[in-house]
Design a protein around this ligand. Sequence first.
Ligand code: F6R
Length: 613
Amino acid sequence: MCGIVGYLGKANAASVLISGLKRLEYRGYDSAGLALIDNEQILVSKAAGKVANLNERAHTNWDPELFERAATGIAHTRWATHGPPTEVNAHPHLDQTGDIALVHNGIIENYRALRARLEGKGHHFASETDTEVLAHLIGDCDNGDLFQAVCDALSQVEGTFGVAVISSREPDKIITARRGSPIVIGIGDGEAIIASDASAIVAHTQRVIYLDDNDIAIVTADSVDVRDLNNIPVTREIAELGLDAGATEKGGFEHFMLKEIHEQPEALSNAIRGRLDLHLGSSVLAGMGTSQRELAELGRVVMVACGTSLHASMVGEYAFEDLADIHAEVQQAAEFRYRNPILGNRDFVIAISQSGETADTLAAVKEAQQKGAFVMSLVNVVGSTIARETGRGVYLHAGPEISVASTKAFTCQVSVLLMMALKLGRGRRFSREEGLKIAREIEIIPELVAQVIRKNDLIAEIAEGYVKDEHAFFIGRGPMYPVALEGALKLKEISYIHAEGYHAAELKHGPIALLQPGTPVIAVACEGPAKDKTLGNVEECRARGAKILGIVTEGDTEAEEVMDDFISVPRAHPLVATIPAVVALQLFSYHVARLRGCEIDQPRNLAKSVTVE
Ligand code: F6R
């Protein structure tokens, strides 16, 4: 949510910043801006809309020599929180002298009080943003030492921030700090690049420092000095990114979403590799940090997550109950911390998040830790806040997910949850032989997914029949219920078709009133204990003239016959089958959105990585 880039080198700051913003654009894309230091002056260019608009604006307004000459700058791509996405509200914001520029992710909660106080001292504000207040506050605190001014200002701030600040009076440094909003510092050869995530850094260097909450760093082209907000030096190790620059590019696909759907067989292989024990019929997930004895004593599994990760957790809930005989529940992270979750030291809380930065999930982690539960994470982004906060957990190894609509994270999350349930199940419930059966089913998930992806053209053809619809229902039962929810989420977020995910049995408790002849109902009816009941619900929809698209098991002619259209997915254990089934729905949503001409990778109003509550 919002992207920050800062650069210090010998030249070409503007070009580096703009290409960094393009790589971060998936984090927010309603407006963008950049500030450069040139001849002891701050120069700012901003534009509403995409980074492409900013690029055009900067090239029109600025001398080409400035592009080559300026060596220090900061830039930002925004997802609006305070004030609409206009040019004036875009970052960077300046202090009252125009000598200091700031980019900011997060929310300054006490900005109204700070603004009133500064207005009382004669400050005038041009924008409606909380960020401009922070820029003025830094200016107000500045007595000739930018680092100290940023420390003093941030100590007055309530809320969250990831910031990068420059001053024309100290042109060779960027001050950067974080609380609740990530900052990574890339250390190059005679250059440094600061960003809110590694995708803007990877083209420059693999060597990075991750700031922790309440860290503040003085960055020059050749040095990084990290302190806390009380000016006490702290040691932060240099880490290797281990990311390939190509992984954040489209690689010949029309959209990141399509690329990431196609990457799933490989991503799943990476998530599963080395983690199945095909001798003992169990799994090896060292990051869980629990002994087999501790696992046997666990009372309950509680998963906390948002959005797509929440739906993956719901599949996990079935897996823990079915495979491990353990009470499992899923809680929306945003609700969890504001109710009174009853937790104890036999409760196993798993925070599930692709980005590892989602504010509500992070808050839920802190709440669970405070209540003494055993907390771990299931995260994709290495070094992310939730991964570090929990200290123990399992990485997905799915590779960077750039498309705002999550795809490969979901399938990898479900696969790892199945492996966790298998591990718990072996300690509590089933024999080696039974464990082996499940392990072998998990082992072939990448191949099952590859088989669905090979149906891409067929799915694109089927999608043509749903392009003109404005409403759709997705239904399922058992573990296919969360698959239906995820299918509806995918369709609505990228195609803007109003899609509702419902438990198939719930439809007749109200929503069936909305069915009219031709209303699409997408029924996830793969083989499993709930299939016959789902087919019964499909008949109820057919009787009201609905147009049915079925996700069915290959060779299940009984299911095929009740559908107007169907996509068949390979036969598998009902929990495992959730994965190929969801891939069919990802492709279906993708093609509907493509045929409707939507901006698939950057849907309106959305942003990747939701770092505000
Ligand atoms: C939907 C989507 C979101 C995220 C949600 C949680 O396609 O991507 O619903 O799943 O914002 O994000 P993470 O998993 O990063 O915590």
